[in-house]
Design a protein around this ligand. Sequence first.
Ligand code: E4P
Length: 228
Amino acid sequence: MKFFLDTADLAEIEEAASWGALAGVTTNPSLYAKIGGRLENFHAHMKRICEIVGPDCPVSAESVAMTRDEIVRDGLELAEIADNIVVKIPTMVEGLAATRALADQNVPVNMTLCFSVPQALLAARAGARYISPFIGRFDDISDDGLAQVGNIVQAIGNYDFTNNTVNGEQIEIIAASVRSANHVTQCALMGADIATVPFGVLKKMVQHPLTDRGLDSFMKDWEKVQNA
Ligand code: E4P
């Protein structure tokens, strides 16, 4: 499983990238608004994220257009920012049509706001490079987000979509709307390719009380060795 950071916060991205285990970044309009992002700085901000994580890490930048032509225009502009930009597009009819048009022009798409197997299958057929099923928002309405991710991983894995994607690459499922380290565990067991996680969850993923306890006793014993 690969880990993406789900944020537009440059300090969080710099910190997470320095840990050596980051494989990409996802952003969305809400995350950009949360850091006080301004419209006129959006492209420059995405460019900065691309520079921080480097050319091998995909960075999802979301289109907020609502018609296929506008989404395609938006997507082509976003793709100009850097080679590692992935255009994020919501799962809707206009989004599917735009995904097909962008994939045909070798622009990778992350199909977002995906909540069902039929939506994921359509996204795959339309040429999406990444599909992002959401977990937490299902849980918010007392439904089972993890089960949907499992269903989508299984359904997409049942078929070969490589004729549909940019350069024949395999589709990757990004478990999104992740709220806990346990979500990550369950998604990994179900075979999701990627988890995109908020910085708070990434920090929790490193931690374990037995690691802390073990480290504490190693340090104390090493002090004894030094004083022996
Ligand atoms: C990622 O691609 C999504 O935009 C994000 O994970 C949504 O998370 P949320 O449901 O916590 O807002």
